[in-house]
Design a protein around this ligand. Structure first.
Ligand code: 26Y
Length: 819
């Protein structure tokens, strides 16, 4: 179906082939026979970039002509994954390019596999940003994604002796064929020094000048973000840092040697590496430098671009909106104020009006440990002028609070930006922006009723929900070509590619036995593909006829991978005790990276691998269960994993997972959710019906009720439930640690003393749900019926829907069409 109705010239296969051959020759002085796979990938990538360039130029010409309002999606993370396959899909020439390559004796999958993932992100938040910019292009909206060109992205994970080892991700080592350097848009970024106040005669007031600072040059590179079949190409602008003065012998002579060294080091350090923390804040100065670096660069460039075609800066909110992806880019607020006041000479009130009409904030978490709070002294030292502005924003806000809530000190304690020597970034984003949104209905409700209640009470008009979504172009069309083709055949159209709710039309097929057989066969083929990947990468043989029960996501205590593996330990005990127990063979699959400094998370990975090692080497159970930890979970292998899954583990402690987006990718690919009533699971169940999902565990209200009373007593469960007792003891009796009793002691202690995430409390209910799902799989008719219904009901979870809601309620953009 792909490529059938391209807006492009009919794709010229011969010309494309010639271009690949030319690239192989002129870039590498080679022939197809002597070129390496990597060189062939580069040659194909450059050839496809040539197709993109005209559209890219054209779209931007049209934006300028129409003077269209543009959204700047500011995010510390964009977890893009690979570009080649998706660019070809969105250019509607994937099939044709595959044929060209085949004629040349090449396999497009092998060529795609040469591309390193652009892993400029950790997990959900970064991948959401990537889905959003793809949808923005596909929906014809002018947009930029702005972030940092990290030299090293998310680390590569190796498992050595069962433990995680982090390998630097040198993703740019072979160059990046898709990026274009734009030195003409370079911006100077200033750090440190002090603020000098001067009287300005002409303005009749004091002005503020930053002096004695260090600076670096921010140099942008643009990556194309291709819309699906519409001729729109937006840009992901990634900022690199370079020293202002080139380090050379001249500067030695001039006595600037020290300065040159410092600038070189500063520039290098800022863009060196992505912080691998997910949902966990650590007050590192370098991270604040990164934040200010890419925010200031983006804002300076936006203002210059605006002024090139507009006289009145007051019109900025009509043309520009900044979406802050969590609090990480919140320094946008005082930086925009600084530019408007110090450089554009506006008065405070004018500057504030413009700033608040340009900024909107998305919250992705309610967990206290993820909230960014910078020590005042650190902030002040690094950004002296920006800090003055923060103080003034805070001062003026507190006057308002005092007026509205006289003598209510708790309001100030909760809402002040500056409090107990810290700058609270979330409070600044909420106070300054015109919109605050959560990422799933339940999450937004918890923000309004609890976490941000005082803000909600004071400014309810700012609050809104935007349930997350995912792009079906990557997670169905590219990731699961067999299912994509089946969907197109059954619907008689490929319009679902840009209109996902059309999948509803598949629902009647759930009751059609032939359709169910076909659906099952496609899943089986995808399971073979994953089994092959696992064999190649892990050396483990798995049974494609077993249930593929999968939990892939960042490793975090609240996501409860520990509960999953403990339940597997429990099942193993059961199977050993009752070899004839009724049990459908299951392969339990994990994939997860732990933040490098997160001890409990790393221990959990170790436990999973230790349990896998024992179980996979026990012939007594091997025809019934296997446990696989897939190394280096990332966007490119995720695509293979989702397509092959039967059971989607979404088992976070209720109230903790803001939304989840992996849950949607599984659903789209026909996996059944085994989950708690948390995040977007609630809406998934609402769409597909509770009879087509397996829900267990405490509700968010129950969880929050216990939390308000200081938790519960896990020891009671340990004492009373013999099965749980046994599993717990096996963590510290050496069963999974060659007799060593201390390897997993900390995990044991965390459960017995506090069990902050209610693992023991939810264990029984989880076990029941898992038993039900194991039983349900036996009835292949009923199972495939459910699976088809999950795909059919996943239409709501397209990021196209999410983006249209952002546009309607927050951004107010107009679609731009190109000839
Ligand atoms: C270091 C620090 C301040 C920090 C770094 C990364 C804090 C948070 C994060 C990342 C958070 C994140 O990925 N949140 C996830 O966002 C997804 C998209 O909205 C949600 O689906 C998911 O539930 C949420 O955990």
């Amino acid at each position: 179906a792909v490529g059938e109705k391209s807006v492009f010239e009919p794709f010229d296969k011969e010309a494309f082939k010639k271009e690949i051959l030319n690239n192989i020759k002129y870039l590498f002085r080679k022939t197809p026979e002597t070129a390496s796979q990597q060189e062939i990938f580069q040659a194909v990538a450059y050839a496809s970039k040539d197709m993109i360039i005209d559209e890219w130029l054209n779209a931007h010409k049209e934006y300028e002509k129409q003077d269209a309002k543009t959204v700047y999606y500011l995010s510390m993370e964009f977890l893009m994954g690979r570009a080649l396959g998706n660019n070809l899909i969105n250019l509607c020439c994937y099939k044709e390019v595959a044929e060209v390559l085949q004629e040349m004796g090449l396999d497009i999958n092998v060529v795609e596999d040469q591309e390193p993932d652009a892993a400029l992100g950790n997990g959900g938040l970064g991948r959401l940003a990537a889905c959003f910019i793809e949808s923005l292009s596909t929906l014809n909206y002018p947009a930029y994604g702005c972030t940092i060109r990290y030299k090293y992205g998310m680390f590569k994970q190796q498992i050595v002796n069962g433990e995680q080892v982090e390998i630097p991700d040198d993703w740019l080592k072979n160059g990046n064929p898709f990026e274009i350097k734009r030195p003409e848009y370079s911006q100077e970024i200033k750090f440190g020094g002090y603020v000098r106040i001067e009287y300005n005669e002409k303005l009749g007031r004091n002005v503020y000048v930053q002096d004695g600072y260090q600076s670096v040059m921010a140099v942008p590179y643009d990556l194309p973000v291709v819309g699906y079949n519409n001729g729109i190409v937006n840009s992901l602008r990634i900022w690199d840092a370079e020293p202002l003065v080139q380090f050379n012998l001249d500067s030695f002579d001039k006595g600037d040697y020290q300065k040159a060294v410092e600038q070189e080091n500063l520039a290098k350090s800022i863009v060196e590496v992505l912080y691998p923390n997910d949902n966990h804040y650590s007050g590192k100065e370098l991270r604040l430098k990164q934040q200010y670096f890419f925010v200031s660069a983006s804002l300076q460039q936006v203002i210059k671009k605006f002024k090139a075609t507009h006289d009145d800066i007051h019109q900025l909110p009509d043309k520009v909106v900044f979406q802050l992806n969590d609090t990480h880019p919140t320094v946008t607020v005082p930086e925009l104020m600084r530019i408007l006041i110090d450089e554009e000479n506006l008065e405070w009130d004018d500057a504030w009006d413009i700033t608040s009409r340009c900024c909107a904030y998305t919250n992705h978490t309610i967990m206290a440990e993820a909230l960014e709070k910078w020590p005042v002294d650190l902030f002040m030292r690094l950004l002296p002028r920006v800090y003055q502005i923060v103080e003034e924003i805070n001062r003026r806000f507190l006057i308002q609070v005092e007026e509205k809530y006289p003598n209510q000190y708790d309001k100030i304690r909760n809402m002040a930006i500056l409090y107990e020597g810290q700058v609270r970034m979330a409070n600044m984003a909420i106070i300054a922006g015109f919109s605050v949104n959560g990422v799933a209905r339940l999450h937004t409700q918890i923000l309004e009723e609890r976490e941000l209640h005082d803000f909600y009470e004071m400014m309810p008009e700012k609050f809104n929900n935007k349930t997350n979504g995912i792009t079906q172009r990557r997670f169905l069309l590219h990731a699961n070509p067999l299912l994509a083709q089946w969907v197109t055949d059954k619907l008689g159209t490929d319009e679902w590619i840009t209109n996902l709710p059309l999948l509803k039309g598949l629902a009647p097929l759930a009751d059609d036995s032939r359709a169910r057989k076909e659906f099952q066969e496609i899943k089986y083929q995808n399971k073979l593909r994953l089994a092959k990947y696992i064999k190649e990468h892990n050396g483990i043989d798995i049974n494609p006829d077993s249930i593929f029960d999968v939990q892939v996501k960042r490793l975090h205590e609240y996501k409860r991978q520990l509960m999953n593996i403990m339940h597997i330990m429990y099942l193993y005990n059961q199977l050993k005790d009752n070899p004839d127990m009724k049990f459908y063979p299951t392969t339990f699959i994990f994939g997860a990276k732990a933040a490098a400094g997160y001890k409990t998370a790393k221990q959990t990975i170790k436990l999973i691998n230790a349990v896998a090692d024992v179980i996979n080497n026990d012939p007594a159970v091997n025809d019934k269960m296997k446990v696989v930890f897939i190394e280096n979970y990332c966007v490119s292998n995720a695509e293979i994993i989702f397509a092959a899954s039967n059971v989607s583990e979404q088992i976070s402690t209720a109230s903790k997972e803001a939304s989840g987006t992996g849950n949607m990718k599984f659903m789209l690919n026909g996996a059944i959710t085994l989950g708690t009533m948390d995040g977007a699971n609630v809406e998934i169940v609402e769409e597909v019906g509770s009879e087509n999902a397996f829900i267990f565990g405490m509700s968010s209200d129950e969880v929050m009720g216990y939390e308000a009373n200081g938790g519960y007593n896990p020891r009671e469960i340990y004492e009373q439930d013999a099965d749980i007792h046994r599993v717990m003891d096996q963590m510290v009796d050496g069963t999974y640690s060659n007799g060593d009793t201390e390897t997993f002691r900390e995990l044991f202690n965390s459960l017995i003393n506090q069990d902050v995430y209610f693992i023991l409390k939810d264990f029984r209910s989880y076990a029941e749900a898992r038993a039900k799902i194991n039983e349900a799989y036996r009835d292949s008719k009923a199972w495939n019926r459910m699976a088809i219904l999950n795909t059919a009901c996943s239409g709501k979870f397209s990021s196209d829907r999410t983006i249209e809601e952002y546009v309607r309620d927050i951004w107010h953009l107009k679609k731009v069409f190109v000839k």
